[in-house]
Ligand binder design. Sequence first.
Ligand SMILES: *[C@@H]1O[C@H](CO)[C@@H](O)[C@H](O)[C@H]1NC(C)=O
Ligand SMILES: *[C@@H]1O[C@H](CO)[C@@H](O)[C@H](O)[C@H]1NC(C)=O
Length: 381
Amino acid sequence: MKLRWIGAVLLSAAAYYVYLPLPSTVSEPWKLMLLDAMVVSWVEVIEAHSCSSVRVTDSLLGGVPARVFQPIGGKKLKRGVVYFHGGGWALASGRMRSYDLLCRKMAEDLDAVIMSVDYRLAPEAVFPEQYYDALAASRAFLSAEVRQRYGLDPERLCVSGDSAGGNLAAAVAQELGQDGSLEVRFKAQALVYPVLQALDFYTSSYQQNHNVPILYRPVMAQFWLQYLGADPGLAPLLLANNHSSLDQAHLPSQVRSKLNWTSMLPAERRKDFRPVVRAEGTPGVLAAVPGLTDVRAAPLLADAAVLAGTPRAYVMTCEFDVLRDDGLMYVRRLRDAGVQVTSDHHEDGFHGCMVFAYPPIRSDVGRRSMDRYIRWLDQNL
Ligand SMILES: *[C@@H]1O[C@H](CO)[C@@H](O)[C@H](O)[C@H]1NC(C)=O
Ligand SMILES: *[C@@H]1O[C@H](CO)[C@@H](O)[C@H](O)[C@H]1NC(C)=O
């Protein structure tokens, strides 16, 4: 991580040097450029951190560690977002700089209380533990006790997350949408390039972007196997779509139709890619790894009636992301189920871009996507 940061600073220094030539006689111009790029990065981060209008505390939410961002002043009754970070169910934390900065900005711009949940991670914890942590934290977030302690408006609460965190947010929205005993419900779900299915590793976006940083196709297969507590040696089988072959007894056509991208996606996304459906695959794998067809792990497989019980949705997708079609198919299925959905597609986006909005990367699409995500929350929560 440190190394990557230094690399990015070096790169921006190099780019800077081209645009901003120094006097030719200055001592060691490269070092001066490097120093300048570092100082500029630090100043921006310090400015973002020092916004004194947000109080940050580490707490527990339903027994799960969470970082809480509370705006100081503003309205008495606040909007609230429970947030699940990305990282393949195995990496990152709400305390990481990029997520910390995102949540501070959300708290400040939205005058909302943000709770960023540190659910347990693989390989120490595997499915369904991450899901149970997300669910426990979300139930606590909606509880009268937490609402009173933090002054949350019961009618303006949202569940959100990016990537693997978007997976957890979608799964939680489905489960709690079915729970008739809840006094208070989520008003919105905001899913940022979520991962939603593990049955088809040949969607048009998996084919188009298999080699696009930062999320390569084989890496996503590894994240899935690790999350589901399965043998990592099964990756070649997954990458061959051998687990969703036509001879799989556990996969009725009614399940297959829920991720049939040839029928669900518009031609401009499908392009010329062809589905890969094997007549024969590896028998028994779905029984050996039941998580592959468990809706709590793969929310795209939920029944329409369950989707219909979920709140108004925002789904961000990026063109250069293997998970693009997971998100776009979910948009389609939610809409078909009668849910109001904003589909926010970034033609120049890549997986993870929203957390690279800040220095030293300062991604342009990262910034734009973050702004649009926050604007949607502002208008819909
Ligand atoms: C997907 O949908 C297309 C078009 O409706 C259909 O021809 C195809 O058989 C379906 N594929 C699967 C695997 O169900
Ligand atoms: C996929 O299934 C086919 C047919 O059963 C088999 O020949 C092949 O070895 C399998 N591939 C992997 C990677 O398991």
